[in-house]
Design a protein around this ligand. Structure first.
Ligand SMILES: Cc1cc2nc3c(=O)[nH]c(=O)nc-3n(C[C@H](O)[C@H](O)[C@H](O)COP(=O)(O)OP(=O)(O)OC[C@H]3O[C@@H](n4cnc5c(N)ncnc54)[C@H](O)[C@@H]3O)c2cc1C
Length: 452
């Protein structure tokens, strides 16, 4: 039910934020606490599927085709209020909203998410320079600007930047250029040899990629005209999209006196409790520690946020689950090339101080390879050298890459060794998987196991 009136009874559970983490926390809370009153407050009338945002610009065509339906809340008997929480009084356990409502709570989940990072580049405030705000009306403005555009510049060659590039190409934008500061696109998620394959695919798709390149300024008179690069060159731009990551949205938590690090997020323990035992937090707004090193990590993914939300939702009145530190499991597609990645890359593992051994294997994704639609799928696994514990895996080729990356993610989270992986009984089927003889993960593990 959508609550609109001024008077709201005390809520057993109050969820602030209505995207991936807020929704998941409310559904989990309902499962564990069937009799509780649950109220969600979120700012936006319509909630976008955040991971689907790039696809609005090509495959989907409009934000309205990329929404999370509110029926999920109704089905779980979660009440909804469209409003903004402007303050929390922790002593009296009440919140105030922008429209002047005061709501009391027993337990709260903060799922206030993240905001796009806007770099301090001169000219970033010009018209037609857009960050990726998760907001329907804002994205409609981006669509309108792209309708008039011939030259698009995307700053940032991570997965969001590349997805935008590919989708805008599908939309028919003539000149799409991606500008990346690092030596390769996707370098935080993939090893160099895979990044090179991705860049080749981008170039086949007619997308220009400039690596090792910094944007010094965005230039124009009111509206962007071109971007100026650190090598002195200029790249024409009718529209610029900034795809350089997010920052945790911690303002409400900070103002209410919760322990917060502005850059890293809201402090939480492994049960997802903040520094106030009645307030839990989950999703992009929380402070995270790397699964492998325990150091701060800036990974912000729906896979991590929803896991945290399930833990928070379950633990509100009784501790049940502990959250896991982020591994970083994700996938993307450029043209017909799918890429999946889980855990650390070889480069990242070495930089973190591990000695590693790798195993690579590739095979057709169906068997026999004469089945129509068969594609190649390659897997690279990264193990710690002495223990042969799995640290990471990358997958590329056919559209099964995402599922295989998830399989590898589970092996990593369970800290599996190569000798354990090779004794797995992996189910296969001609239409669905590689041959059992050629199964890429099994073979890559065996190759790594038998290396000196
Ligand atoms: C373009 C793009 C593509 C992505 N693709 C992927 C992908 O393929 N796979 C993947 O795993 N991850 C992906 N991500 C990351 C993923 O979207 C985020 O990890 C996820 O959205 C985090 O969810 P969240 O609920 O924590 O926060 P958010 O999605 O940021 O939502 C925050 C919510 O809090 C509400 N809110 C904030 N402050 C208040 C307040 N004071 N009062 C009331 N409500 C408030 C907002 O209105 C919103 O509802 C992508 C992100 C983007 C931007």
């Amino acid at each position: 039910m959508l609550i609109t009136g001024p008077v709201v009874e005390k809520q057993d559970i109050l969820i602030i934020g209505g995207s991936a983490a807020g929704i998941t926390a409310s559904v989990s809370a309902r499962r564990y606490y069937p009799d509780a009153d649950i109220l969600m407050i979120r700012k936006e009338k319509k909630v976008l599927i955040p991971c689907g945002i790039p696809y609005i610009f090509g495959t989907l065509g409009s934000p309205d085709r990329n929404l999370i339906p509110d029926t999920v809340l109704a089905k779980n008997n979660v009440e909804l209020m469209i409003d903004e929480v402007v303050s929390i009084d922790r002593d009296n356990r009440t919140v105030e909203t922008r429209s002047g409502k005061s709501i009391a709570y027993e337990k709260m989940v903060l799922a206030t998410g993240s905001l796009p990072r806007v770099p301090p580049i001169p000219g970033v405030e010009l018209d037609n320079v857009f960050a990726v705000w998760k907001d329907v009306e804002y994205l409609e403005k981006v669509l309108n600007a792209l309708d008039e555009a011939k030259d698009l510049v995307i700053i940032g060659g991570g997965f969001i930047g590349l997805e935008f590039a590919d989708e805008c190409k599908k939309r028919g934008i003539a000149n799409v250029t991606v500008i990346e500061l690092m030596p390769h696109c996707l370098l935080l998620a993939c090893d160099e040899e895979i990044c090179v394959r991705v860049e080749k695919k981008l170039s086949e798709r007619g997308i220009k990629v400039l690596v090792n390149t910094k944007v010094e300024a965005i230039v124009g008179n009111k509206k962007v005209d071109y971007v100026e690069l650190d090598n002195g060159e200029k790249t024409k731009a009718d529209v610029v999209i900034l795809g350089i990551g997010v920052i945790p949205n911690v303002q409400l938590a900070r103002d209410s006196g919760l322990e917060v690090d502005e850059k890293e997020g809201i402090y939480v323990d492994e049960f997802m409790r903040t520094s106030d035992e009645n307030i839990f937090a989950a999703g992009d707004c929380t402070r995270k520690r790397c699964f492998f090193t325990g150091r701060p990590t800036f990974l912000r993914l729906a896979s991590i946020g929803t896991m945290e939300a399930r833990v928070a939702g379950a633990n509100l009145f009784r501790l049940r689950h502990r959250s896991e530190c982020p591994i970083g499991v994700f996938g993307t597609v450029i043209g017909d090339l799918a890429i999946g990645s889980a855990g650390m890359t070889e480069r990242e593992a070495k930089e973190a101080g591990f000695e590693v051994v790798t195993g690579e294997a590739q095979a057709a994704d169906k068997h026999p390879g004469s089945i129509p639609g068969t594609r190649n799928l390659a897997v690279k696994l990264v193990f710690e050298k002495d223990t042969r514990v799995l640290l990471g895996g990358q997958v590329f080729g056919s559209m099964t890459a995402g599922k295989v990356a998830n399989f590898i993610g589970a092996l990593i989270q369970k800290r599996m060794r190569a000798d354990e992986i090779v004794t797995f009984q992996v189910g296969t089927h001609p239409m669905l998987t590689a041959s059992p003889i050629a199964h890429q993960v099994e073979n890559a593990a065996e190759i790594a196991l038998t290396k000196p």
